[in-house]
Write a protein that binds this ligand. Structure first.
Ligand code: F6P
Length: 494
């Protein structure tokens, strides 16, 4: 129907993500402020959009907030409103209690509820309409992450003139696991509305292509899926147009603004703060650090268990070594996250109670998030960074640690189940976090590493992280999208 076709807006580049780069906070006196949103997606995309003349469509992080478009740190923000029902069913429910555990290899059991699916469709349609209203004729629209997988096809129906890209920030599961999803075919058809579908690792792209071939029956050749095209419509009915379009599937490993993080960590204030942190910790010989959203995919329990056993075995001494664990609050209304918090805090309390001494905690546990300056100082203060995820799309904390270490010191312990392991596997000490004995050996090796080996490894890591930054990631994705034949051209229907 004609109402399926939207009037164009004014932006040539539109990013669509569940969250805006800033979260809304209302103080008791009624005043309103915005602060940086959590997570890797915003860490990566904010610097890209600060330098672009585009718009960012997303949710404010609070239910029932209606807000006009506004500018935040140089980014045009277009808010999409979620009601508290939407937050419960679309965000906490379908996104974070169905898709999140399913896409992370069912570490926790996904819940399948038909009402959540209805909410997911409804909210995806709202995002698609907001994107359609913001995009100029022929614009590029870049849709992000698992919360919005139906948006590409919905947006294509509303605005057949657009080039549409999709990037998945989290892993894409194998066919066997994905097939559990009652709405599996609808999700794949939603994604196939995009011209370019990007993933973190080559393995994720391969999983998607296999799933697309098996569940849709479309032709899949190499990395290209041939998708039957819906005929474009005018008010008098369908228009003649190409019968097929192509969807290109590829890995684009994401990164950070490496130079900016490097520069931040070199400032005298951050360097001074790093010394202060070490002295506040009692100047131990070894500081180990973990930095994560408090999420069951991050392997925080495994890490704490291994560390606690090393102290209990006497292989690390509480007077010489300490573990700092920053766990930033996340998705606190979802049961699995509440359970995780109880487990982690119970474990930390027991280990500190059993082995801590006055002035020497085994584990310094913080359930907050910190600004970038404090994070940079923590990275500099840490001899070892522990990234022990059970499954992780990329893990940008690993890249931030490397970018902060222009002194070529520090050891990165990195789970082989992170996307980052593909690029950083040579300089890091790779671990399988499920293997607690193996993890303990690696922690001891990291704690005792000879400075020459440390320098050699860190230099190797820095060569990768400083070169492959987020600007390179974004241009590589957007160049691929730009190279797609214009919608409706004969080449588009090859
Ligand atoms: O990259 C994974 C991701 O889920 C992002 O989409 C998200 O913004 C971030 O982690 C933090 O999660 P949330 O937005 O649910 O707080």
């Amino acid at each position: 129907s004609p109402s399926d076709v939207a009037e164009p807006g004014e932006y040539d580049l539109v990013v669509v993500a569940n969250r805006l780069p800033v979260d809304f906070t209302a103080a008791e006196d009624g005043s309103v402020s915005w602060k940086r949103s959590p997570g890797g997606l915003v860490t990566a995309l904010a610097p890209v959009m600060e330098g672009a003349d585009g718009a960012w469509v997303g949710w404010s992080g609070t239910a029932d907030v209606e807000h006009d478009p506004f500018d935040a740190s140089g980014i045009r923000c277009v808010p999409v409103t979620l009601t508290s029902e939407d937050v419960e069913s679309y965000y906490e429910g379908f996104s974070n209690d169905t898709l999140w555990p399913l896409y992370h290899d069912v570490i926790e059991t996904p819940s399948y509820h038909r009402q959540w699916w209805d909410a997911y469709r409804r909210v995806n349609h709202r995002f698609a309409r907001a994107a359609a209203a913001a995009a100029a004729p022929g614009a590029m629209v870049w849709v992000h992450d698992y919360q919005l997988q139906l948006v590409p096809a919905m947006l294509r129906t509303l605005r057949p003139d657009l080039r549409i890209g999709f990037f998945d920030h989290i892993p894409f599961p194998s066919l066997e696991i994905f097939s559990q999803l009652p709405w599996r075919t609808q999700i794949i058809e939603g994604l196939l509305g995009a011209d370019v579908i990007g993933f973190q690792r080559a393995g994720d792209a391969a999983n998607f292509l296999r799933v697309a071939r098996r569940l849709t029956g479309h032709n899949v050749r190499g990395r290209v899926v041939t998708v039957p095209a819906k005929a474009p419509r005018s008010s008098s009915g369908p228009l003649p147009g190409p019968a097929y379009r192509l969807a290109h599937v590829q890995a684009f490993p994401i990164s950070i603004d490496s130079a900016r993080f490097d520069a931040l960590a070199r400032t005298p204030e951050v360097q001074e703060r790093a010394r202060e942190i070490r002295s506040e910790l009692g100047n131990p010989k070894v500081v180990m650090l973990g930095v994560d959203r408090l999420d069951y995919t991050k392997g925080i329990r495994h890490r704490i268990k291994a560390y606690g056993e090393l102290i209990a075995d006497g292989r690390l001494d509480v007077k010489d070594a300490t573990l700092v664990q920053v766990a930033s609050p996340s998705r606190e209304n979802v049961d699995a996250y509440q359970q995780l918090r109880e487990d982690v805090e119970g474990l930390v309390g027991r280990i500190n109670g059993d082995y801590g001494e006055i002035g020497h905690s085994v584990i310094n546990y913080m359930h907050h998030s910190y600004p970038a300056e404090e994070m940079a100082a923590l990275y500099l203060a840490a001899d070892v960074l522990l990234v022990t995820s059970l499954r992780d799309g990329m893990n940008l904390v690993a890249k931030e640690y490397v970018a902060a270490r222009s002194d070529d010191r520090g050891v990165l312990v990195l789970s082989e189940f992170t996307g980052a392991a593909d690029e950083l596997g040579k300089g890091a000490l790779l671990c399988n976090p499920h293997d607690i004995d193996g993890l303990k050996e690696i922690l001891v090796r990291a704690a005792q590493m000879d400075p020459r080996e440390m320098r050699r490894r860190m230099r190797r890591l820095r060569r990768v992280v400083m070169e492959k930054d987020v600007a390179a990631w974004a241009s590589s994705f957007l160049d691929t999208l730009r190279a797609v034949p214009e919608p409706g051209s004969p080449a588009a229907a090859r």
